[in-house]
Design a protein around this ligand. Structure first.
Ligand SMILES: Nc1ncnc2c1ncn2[C@@H]1O[C@H](COP(=O)(O)OP(=O)(O)OP(=O)(O)O)[C@@H](O)[C@H]1O
Length: 214
């Protein structure tokens, strides 16, 4: 089982840049177990950049820790699922192979990944190769894998964007369930998809992160 973590993310004097331009800063920030955060802001505000910094894919200045460890280090990666838009799949494995690989790589049971895949209508696609799938279907595979792992920190970048209506409902429920199970979930959307999920707001305003209630 992944460790239970009460304070999943902590940041102090965090500054994130793209090239030479600082795009985001915050004095202090903390995300705890069981919380869903809706990360919002206009196009280009820095939402993806923040998620990439949390996932260890973008350098930053200041202090940022995931479960007490710097992003990108092995202990932090073991507890983080990052689902970017167009999340990559392993193209030389079938859909079923991708799900099995993810479960094995994270030492997690395969059942929840398969269950979520089934709820998203992927049962008929298990033997297919990712390269033959539509963008939305690929995204479903990635979401089933990422959320099915049940890791302490789940980062979802516009996860609803390519999903059909039925799968949007499945995803909403999976986000709610992940938080109920003690996970921290950070979700970017430009819409009101999280209306039915208890959550807090994390807004980027003029390059600064502001927290609030939904
Ligand atoms: N690889 C890059 N090199 C240079 N600048 C970049 C790069 N990626 C993003 N940026 C810039 O960083 C800023 C923040 O981009 P980011 O993708 O984080 O915004 P976002 O809030 O996720 O936007 P959107 O809602 O459009 O997805 C933008 O001004 C963007 O132009």
């Amino acid at each position: 089982m992944p460790p239970t973590i009460s304070q999943t993310v902590e940041a102090q004097d965090l500054r994130i840049s793209q090239g030479k331009r600082q795009i985001l800063c915050t004095h202090t920030l903390g995300f705890s177990a069981g919380e869903v955060w809706h990360l919002i802001g206009p196009n280009g505000a820095g939402k993806t950049s923040l998620l990439r910094a949390l996932a260890g894919e973008l350098p930053f200045q200041g202090t940022l820790t995931i479960a007490g460890c710097p992003p990108g280090t092995l202990p932090a990666r073991r507890v983080t699922a990052f689902l970017p838009t167009d999340a990559p799949l392993l193209d030389d494995l079938t859909v079923a192979g991708n799900l099995s690989f993810m479960a094995a790589a994270w030492s997690r049971p395969l059942g929840p990944l398969l269950a979520l895949a089934g709820q998203m209508g992927l049962d008929d696609w298990q033997g297919d190769w990712p390269v033959t799938l539509s963008r939305g279907t690929r995204q479903k595979v990635a979401l089933a894998a990422g959320l099915g792992l049940g890791l302490p920190l789940t980062l979802l970048d516009e996860p609803f964007a390519t999903l059909d209506i039925a799968s949007r409902a499945v995803l909403t429920e999976a986000i709610r369930a992940r938080a109920s199970g003690g996970g921290t979930v950070i979700v970017t959307t430009h819409g009101a998809e999280l209306l039915d999920v208890p959550h807090r707001r994390l807004e980027i305003v003029a390059g600064r992160l502001k927290t609030g209630t939904a």
